[in-house]
Design a protein around this ligand. Structure first.
Ligand SMILES: [Cu+2]
Length: 124
């Protein structure tokens, strides 16, 4: 029984460590979210504007990798399309579980990959 508890504790520790394994946030550009930062489970629009040093960022698309802050979920990928003036949108982003999310945005600017994160809370 004691051995079983030891194994249990070891497993819990591993789970905690894995859950904290999200990469540290990068912020190569500024994001202004144009949707509420509290969302609901389902297919939802995600809209944001990007800028750098106060100027609108104009790129062809923004790659989104959405991850939850706990372990064991497949990331939800999407491409946000430009609406003009540095505003980008995904029409139907799939928030497939309630909890804490981080949308990692990535753009390609003159061959350089830039990243920044959007933290979101998703309610049931
Ligand atoms: Cu999850």
């Amino acid at each position: 029984m004691i051995q079983f508890l030891r194994v249990c504790h070891a497993l819990c520790l591993v789970l905690i460590l894995v859950a904290c394994a999200l990469p540290a946030a990068r912020k190569d550009f500024d994001i202004v979210l144009q949707i509420p930062s509290v969302q609901y489970v389902g297919f939802r629009p995600v809209k944001f504007s990007l800028s750098q040093a106060g100027k609108a960022l104009l790129v062809k698309e923004v790659s989104i990798t959405g991850q939850m802050t706990h372990a064991g979920m497949t990331p939800v990928l999407a491409k946000a399309k430009p609406l003009g003036a540095g505003v980008y949108q995904v029409e139907n982003y799939h928030f497939n579980m309630a909890g804490d999310w981080v949308l990692q945005l990535e753009i390609n600017q003159a061959g350089k990959r830039l990243q920044a994160d959007i933290p979101l809370i998703v309610n049931p």
